[in-house]
Structures are given as structure tokens and as C-alpha cells.
Design a protein around this ligand. Structure first.
Ligand code: 5GP
Ligand code: MN
Length: 343
């Protein structure tokens, strides 16, 4: 395992944890498995240590993460605004997971930034903003869940965490690596997994909890998107899938039902880039883009240059306020601009 904090940082981290009584933990808007898993892993750990912990997310998270221990008590800012705001105001420590910019907290941002409580950032995205007393940023790590494993190791706690804590951290890492099929070649990842398995977790069950819980609608939608909507730009080794809210209604799509679909076209031999343009359910007229690539194609550069976004090299996203047709035009322009790197 790695010692990711210097002696000085470790001392500061311990002191922040020792001194707090009411903790708020949050993560990025559109929380994914790593956001929810790392936040809950940490929340379960701190609760076991006697802290009063509130997990507050900026907005809703997918149904396939609801089985995670502690998920039922997560506050959703867009639905429980007053409660979430009060929790942030009363907190004497705020821990922010899996984001690199405070703007990714959406509505929670202003309350988190207005609070006088110390803040800790725990993350693995590139280019972290420094808005916290302690910034633990490890872009080489596969997930924020992994960063937390190393922190627990450094606290001397990794081998005594509960099953609930281990389950959340494993799920976080599994979700951000496509069940360890990408961004997961560092040997120490499997050291983390080994420690988590030693806590008695059932990783096969966790896999089924996340990946084998599709609704009928999701499977039918998947068939439709691949058969009807997917465009393959062979010359650019790129695929584009679109999904409007009208289509979503037609397939009775549940929250989370489109998660992971962007990865599927990369199964086509030779494809390097997959782009999914998804109309925002909460803000019709806003198109959310998800990008996934293989090898060294820099999705994050394309997302920041063309889609007001960013992210990781092989997984990034952004958004455009426009029609679906206009979004497709912008995507085509982006692909042409990056054509040398795609061919
Ligand atoms: P997803 O496709 O799963 O929504 O997002 C993949 C990754 O892209 C996220 O983990 C995040 O790092 C990044 N990302 C997604 N949307 C945005 C965005 O609007 N702005 C920025 N800066 N990054 C984003
Ligand atoms: Mn993550």
C-alpha cells in the first residue's frame, strides 16, 4: 500500500478527524458509483468512530447504487434543500469526494463555500482546485475509493474496517474501472482489493448488485440505441449515440438506466472514441455528453475544448445548451478537429 500523505499532512488529517463531531460528506453532481461508494465508505467509517455524519449529494443518483450500506439516508440537495443546507451549516468538517472543482457541487457549492468548517478534498481527477484545507488529490489512482483505501492504510485502520465500509470502497473502485477492465493496471489496486476481500466482502455479489439490475426498459432501450440511433464514423473510428427525453419516455427509462451505455460501442473492433449525447432529464434543452476512449485518445481535451467539460483521459463529459441536431453538429466538428488522433 502507498503512503499518500506526508507526515505533516497525516498529522493534520488525524487532527481534523479527531476534532470534528458533525461531518458532511458530498461528491459531484450526477453521482456515480465512485462518488456514492467513496462517500458512503467514508461515512460508515466515521460513524463507527462515533461521528455524526450526513451524506448530501447535489442531485439524484442511479437506482442501481441504492443497495449500498447507508444509501437510504443520503440527502439529495435538489429534493431536500433545507435539510441539506442545515447539515452543511451545522457541520464542523466537510469532506468532498471525487471532484476537482467546487462548481461540480452544483447547488451545494454556495453552502459548502460559505461554511467556516474546515474542508478536505479526496479525489483522483486531474488539476484539482485548491479550495480545501487539506487536498488529497491522486490522479494516477483508479477511483476515489482507492485513495480512501490508502488513507485508511495510513491511519492504520484498513485491516479493521467493517464489511459495510469495505463493500462501499470496493464498489467505488469497481464502478470507476468497468469492473477492473480499464484504468486499473497499477498493481497496488489489487493490494487494495486483497485487503477489502479480507474483510469478508462478496465481490461477485457486488458485481451483480451493480451490473445485473437492469429494468426491461433499459435492455430494450439499449437494443434501440444500438440498432437505430448509433452512428459509426468508420473514418474517424468514432461512434455517436443520441437519446432525447421523448425517446426516454417511450421506453419508460428509469434514472440510471443509461449508465454505462457509452462504453458499449467501443466493443466494435477498431473503435477509439464513443460519444453519447443525452438530453438532460432535469433540464430539457441541455445536452449532456459522455465521452469514452481507448489507448491515448484524450477525451478530456475534446470535452474541455468543445463541450464545456473535462474529466479523465479515457472518460470525460460536458454539456451543451442547444438542440440535439446542433449538438450532433458540434460533435462532428470536434471529431474532425481531432481526426489526426483518431485515425
Ligand atoms: P460521465 O460520462 O460518466 O457523465 O462522466 C465521465 C467523467 O467526465 C466524470 O467522471 C467527470 O470526470 C467528467 N465530467 C462529466 N461531466 C463533466 C462536466 O460537465 N464538466 C467537467 N469538468 N467534467 C465532467
Ligand atoms: Mn471517480
Amino acid at each position: 500500500m502507498e503512503n499518500i500523505l506526508s507526515e505533516k499532512e497525516l498529522k493534520e488529517f488525524r487532527k481534523l478527524l479527531d476534532d470534528c463531531t458533525k461531518v458532511v460528506i458530498s461528491a459531484h453532481v450526477g453521482p456515480d458509483g465512485d462518488a456514492i461508494g467513496s462517500a458512503l465508505g467514508l461515512a460508515n467509517y466515521l460513524r463507527r468512530k462515533g461521528k455524526q455524519v450526513t451524506v448530501a449529494m447535489p442531485n439524484i443518483f442511479p437506482d442501481f447504487l441504492k443497495w449500498m450500506p447507508g444509501a437510504d439516508s443520503i440527502l439529495i440537495y435538489t429534493r431536500q434543500q433545507e435539510q441539506a443546507k442545515a447539515a452543511v451549516e451545522q457541520a464542523d468538517l466537510i469532506i468532498i469526494c471525487d471532484l476537482n472543482q467546487p462548481s461540480r457541487l452544483n447547488g451545494l457549492e454556495e453552502h459548502v463555500m460559505a461554511s467556516l468548517a474546515p474542508r478536505i478534498l479526496i479525489d483522483h481527477h486531474l488539476d484539482p482546485a485548491f479550495f480545501c484545507q487539506l487536498t488529497v488529490s491522486r490522479p494516477e489512482m483508479c477511483a476515489t475509493g482507492e485513495v480512501i483505501c490508502h488513507l485508511l492504510h495510513q491511519l492504520g485502520e484498513l485491516n479493521s474496517i467493517s464489511q459495510d465500509e469495505a463493500v462501499c470502497l470496493y464498489a467505488a473502485m469497481m464502478c470507476d474501472t468497468g469492473a477492473f477492465s480499464f484504468n486499473s493496471n497499477r498493481p497496488v489496486i489489487f493490494e487494495c482489493i486483497s485487503h477489502l476481500l479480507a474483510r469478508g466482502i462478496d465481490k461477485d455479489q457486488i458485481y451483480r448488485n451493480v451490473f445485473y439490475t437492469a429494468s426491461e426498459g433499459r435492455l430494450r432501450l439499449q437494443g434501440y440505441l444500438l440498432y437505430v440511433n448509433m452512428k459509426v464514423l468508420h473514418n474517424y473510428r468514432t461512434t455517436i449515440i443520441t437519446l432525447t427525453n421523448e425517446e426516454r419516455r417511450r421506453f419508460n427509462v428509469k434514472n440510471g438506466d443509461t449508465e454505462g451505455l457509452v462504453n458499449i460501442p467501443l466493443q466494435i473492433l477498431g473503435m477509439r472514441l464513443s460519444i453519447f449525447i443525452n438530453e438532460d432529464t432535469e433540464h430539457p434543452g441541455t445536452m449532456k455528453l459522455s465521452l469514452r476512449s481507448v489507448d491515448d485518445f484524450p477525451c478530456d481535451q475534446m470535452a474541455s475544448r468543445f463541450f464545456n467539460g473535462g474529466g479523465h483521459k479515457n472518460a470525460s463529459g460536458g454539456k451543451l445548451v442547444c438542440t440535439m441536431e446542433e449538438a450532433c453538429e458540434t460533435v462532428k466538428k470536434a471529431v474532425e478537429t481531432f481526426s489526426e488522433m483518431l485515425k
